[in-house]
Design a binder for this molecule. Structure first.
Ligand SMILES: O=C[C@H](O)[C@@H](O)CC(=O)C(=O)O
Ligand SMILES: [Zn+2]
Length: 278
């Protein structure tokens, strides 16, 4: 398990490229026939991926040891979105079929998790966020049609995009986790611009659907102390509450955002005017 400490904004200002990457970038999410886990001390969010190819991947009691509990979700909830081919997720013996760009919420207490791909030549890729939870809400699959979908931004400023809010209070109850997927329209390159912070929540951005020789310049930092991270396909950025999170790609792309913290109000953002950015 990769552990990331919280970083104060005063400290982050001093960091060079390598140190910024070590603190905020998760370079490897998917490894064939394994799961990956990055544990952030910021709101204790866990970010990872599961990619079963030739054999099922299990998350059983062995995972709990790393967290000091009896099993992974003993005191946690989990949300996942599949960005690969169709797969099966078994939760304590109940099987969920989760297709491409479908989501699954798993409530606190689930113990034995097993993941399979239906076709090894097109493996499932389950990207997930997990957060501490105080109670159990029902497991639920969420399709793209069941998500709350919103299209915003303008082609003229290259930020026309559709936001699919899969795991939000209008769709299902969770303890603190919210998650969704944003896809840029053809010709658009900017996400989340004009940008924002939200003191009440932290966020993780996971970028995907770009070819290997393309990248997103992800913008981070306090609004008057911006820095960038070069993010390649299927990498994620941990964004503290004090940081903006926005990006521009060398080609169009999609990303999954996940938030945890004080509230679940999607629009509770502290907007930053582009003229105020430094
Ligand atoms: O707090 C909300 C998150 O930053 C994202 O949902 C923003 C986003 O997907 C976008 O503007 O493209
Ligand atoms: Zn945000």
């Amino acid at each position: 398990m990769d552990i990331r400490q919280s970083i104060h904004s005063d400290h982050a200002k001093q960091l060079d490229t390598d140190a910024l990457r070590q603190a905020f970038l998760i370079e490897k999410i998917f490894t064939a026939d394994h799961y990956t886990l990055t544990y952030s001390h910021i709101d204790r969010i866990i970010t990872g991926g599961v990619m079963p190819v030739n054999q099922p991947v299990t998350m059983g009691d062995e995972m709990g040891k790393q967290l000091g509990v009896a099993w992974f979700l003993e005191r946690r909830e989990l949300g996942m979105i599949n960005i690969g081919g169709p797969g099966l997720v078994e939760v304590d013996g109940k099987t969920w079929e989760i297709g491409h760009e479908e989501a699954l919420y798993i409530g606190k207490g689930a113990r034995d998790l097993l993941f399979r791909s239906l076709d090894a030549s097109r493996p499932a890729k389950f990207y997930f966020n997990s957060a501490p939870a105080h109670t159990t809400f029902p497991d639920r699959k969420i399709t793209l049609q069941e998500a709350v979908n919103a299209t915003l931004g303008d082609a003229a400023s290259a930020n026309r995009r559709t936001i699919h809010k899969f795991i939000v209070p209008d769709v299902l109850p969770t303890c603190q986790l919210t998650m969704g997927l944003t896809r840029l329209h053809e010709g658009s390159l900017w996400n989340t611009m004009p940008c924002h912070t939200h003191e009440r929540r932290m966020e993780v951005y996971f970028y995907f659907d770009m070819s290997e020789d393309h990248a997103v310049f992800h913008m981070m930092g306090e609004p008057q102390q911006t820095r960038h991270l070069l993010v390649h396909n299927e990498q994620a950025v941990i964004s503290p509450s004090w940081s903006i999170h926005a990006g521009v790609g060398t080609q169009r792309y999609a990303f999954i955002w996940g938030m945890v913290g004080e509230n679940q109000v999607f629009d509770d953002m502290d907007a930053v005017r582009i003229s105020e950015l430094r």
